[in-house]
Design a protein around this ligand. Sequence first.
Ligand SMILES: CC(C)(COP(=O)(O)OP(=O)(O)OC[C@H]1O[C@@H](n2cnc3c(N)ncnc32)[C@H](O)[C@@H]1OP(=O)(O)O)[C@@H](O)C(=O)NCCC(=O)NCCS
Length: 229
Amino acid sequence: MKNGLEAQPLILVAGASGQHATVVYEAAILSGMMVAGYVTVDDSASLTVLDCKQLGRMEEILVPSRLHDHSFVVACGSNKLRRDISEQLSRSGAEFQTVCHPSAIVSPSALISPGSMLLAGSIIGPRASIGRGVIVNHAASIGHDCIVGDYSNICSGARLAGATRLGASVFIGLNASILQGCEVGQSATIGAGAVVTRDVIQGSVMVGVPAKALRKHDHNSGAPDATGK
Ligand SMILES: CC(C)(COP(=O)(O)OP(=O)(O)OC[C@H]1O[C@@H](n2cnc3c(N)ncnc32)[C@H](O)[C@@H]1OP(=O)(O)O)[C@@H](O)C(=O)NCCC(=O)NCCS
């Protein structure tokens, strides 16, 4: 995938566990990207991301020489952490790069915003729009004309039927399905295996088939706990 930044080596920002960063690193390497290394957001000196080079803490790269000579992808599973770090990097003038696994199938008419991660076996349909810092995980599919808001996370095997619309920081659990045309409000969480048949109000946690509200949560977290990262 061309986004004009291929020449700049990539720096990954890893979350506390480094699990998502590992998946993104492998996708980046397999797609031929030049990866300079990864940085951590806390004191995770013991963290390893395969053979990716650790460059230190994120604060250490917020200097002009590094910011302008590199591009970034925030490879943290938590929607809230991913958004907060991305906004911090943006304010510092960082450029973001999309990571697209070579086995992902992306429609030429889809719009992919910088900093997104399209992982192995994912499918993005015609005229779909993927926001900034979105994760489309293994074998997830995004139908035609879908809109996926910034910093949302579509977990492995999840399916968005055509023309569904997700707000920002939505979490769609493993193997969940969203039926055609449904709208899922900002920061909603759709549990693993749920089938969403109607619009979902923002912040709701929905489970089951058909999906029903488990509760309404009031923090704008995008359910970092649900991701386990
Ligand atoms: C929906 C979800 C966020 C709720 O998490 P939670 O608030 O910690 O919920 P709990 O585990 O306390 O469960 C509360 C109740 O909901 C039920 N429940 C939880 N998740 C469910 C799901 N996906 N489908 C159906 N029921 C579910 C539990 O069995 C429990 O029922 P009970 O009160 O009758 O015992 C979570 O279970 C989930 O599905 N997360 C997505 C996981 C995922 O896809 N991870 C991918 C990582 S990459």
